[in-house]
Design a protein around this ligand. Structure first.
Ligand code: PLP
Length: 388
């Protein structure tokens, strides 16, 4: 019975060009990586600042192993709450100017745990249509009424906010930088609407932390609305180059999460060396505006070149640059041709994006060199002339 199901599902994925296969990376995570035995330029990681293989993070991790060992032994609420975890939370809270902070073992777990412990079936959540899957899963788990507004469309959001309902709590949740489109949420306008309609606001800064804001604090800082956002979640797994996630907010919010967030309570604490490496990464991010400048210069260079070639990079405003191709097959063919030419950019297909919105998702790093970018642009131009 199960076997029939497996075969049918897998065949259907294959037939629709949607079957996913994993490649294997055998190098460290830099701007050049070895994938399936082939050295390629890496244009698909979320390691925007090149910190994932930075020797300073490695050293911080090794130093912590020497002090604290490897595993954390238990959940945070039993005996797994080690000094490195609390130091990391204090470091993030200081960097973000927040009252308090709680670290989770991943961004996925943070969203699921935060949303399901703050909201229930008596509440309503207004969620951007393109929010990350972990937000959607958190809302489903909470059983709050889900209202999905059109992507970054404030008229659509206000239309929904105006409708009366028997709801106890209301909350707007949005990604701050959208992971597949590279555009940004209008947090200033969202906060205005929230005030007008007596709603709270939660943001997911996964792709903004380390990238947006004067020192990399995130998009809330960029818009100057940090004080108006109730729940600021972000990850340590993207620009920070590490692993895990945070939630910043009031002392009351953090206390409630410690008591109620099941993905915090019922899971083992992250190894302390990961917390130590994350602290080092945040030190580097805060002190090095040069890294962010390189990232933005590279981003601008690639985006302008792709536009000149006539490709649709949608409404990107960040180092995430989509190249919209619509057809899944075309996206896969394009990605394979690039791989043959020594460039790794993955094809993004439904269900990660909506139907007929398949694309290449290109991400720029601070550590790409000018000749890397020129090679990329030249190859995209050649393949586009061939395939499009
Ligand atoms: C990657 C991502 C997550 C999940 O974070 P992990 O630490 O990888 O689990 C959550 N939200 C958004 C917007 C993301 O891009």
């Amino acid at each position: 019975m199960l076997n029939d199901y497996l075969e049918k599902e897998l065949n259907s994925l294959e037939a629709n060009g949607l079957k996913r296969k994993m490649k294997i990376t055998s190098s460290t995570q830099g701007s050049r990586i070895v994938v399936d035995g082939k050295e390629v330029l890496n244009f698909c990681s979320n390691n925007y600042l090149g910190l994932a293989d930075d020797f300073r993070l490695c050293k911080a991790a090794i130093d912590e192993i020497e002090k604290s060992g490897f595993g954390s032994g238990a959940s945070r609420l039993i005996c797994g709450n080690m000094t490195a975890h609390r130091r990391l939370e204090e470091r993030i809270a200081r960097f973000k100017g927040a009252e308090n902070c709680l670290v989770f073992s991943s961004g996925y777990m943070a969203n699921v745990g935060i949303i399901s412990s703050l909201f229930n079936r008596e509440d309503v959540i207004y969620s951007d249509r393109l929010n990350h899957a972990s937000i959607v899963d958190g809302i489903l788990l909470s059983r709050a009424k889900l209202k999905r507004y059109k992507h970054c469309d404030m008229d659509s959001l206000e239309e929904m906010l105006k409708q009366e309902g028997p709801f106890k709590k209301k909350c707007i949740i949005t990604d701050s930088v959208f992971s597949m489109d590279g555009d940004i949420a209008p947090l200033d306008k969202i906060c205005e609407l929230a005030k007008k309609y007596d709603c709270s606001v939660m943001i997911d800064e996964a792709h903004a932390f380390g990238v947006m804001g004067e020192k990399g604090e995130g998009l809330a800082k960029h818009f100057g609305v940090e004080q108006e956002i109730d729940v600021q979640m972000g990850t340590l797994s993207k620009a920070v180059g590490s692993f895990g996630a945070y939630c910043c907010g009031s002392n009351k919010l953090i206390s409630l999460l410690i008591n109620k967030a099941r993905s915090f309570i019922y899971t083992t604490a992250m190894p302390p060396m990961i917390a130590a490496a994350s602290i080092k990464a945040i030190d580097i991010i805060e002190e090095n505006s040069k890294l962010r400048k390189l990232l933005w210069d590279n981003t601008k260079y690639v985006n302008e070149a792709l536009k000149r070639i006539g490709l649709d990079t949608m409404n990107t405003q960040t180092p995430i640059i989509p190249v919209l191709l619509k057809s899944s097959k075309l996206a896969v063919d394009f990605s394979e041709r690039l791989f043959d030419a020594g460039i790794y950019i993955s094809a993004i297909r439904p269900p990660t994006v909506e139907k007929n919105m398949a694309r290449l998702r290109l991400t720029v790093m601070a550590t790409h060199r000018k000749e890397d970018l020129d090679h990329l642009i030249q190859q995209i131009k050649t393949i586009a002339a061939d395939l499009l």
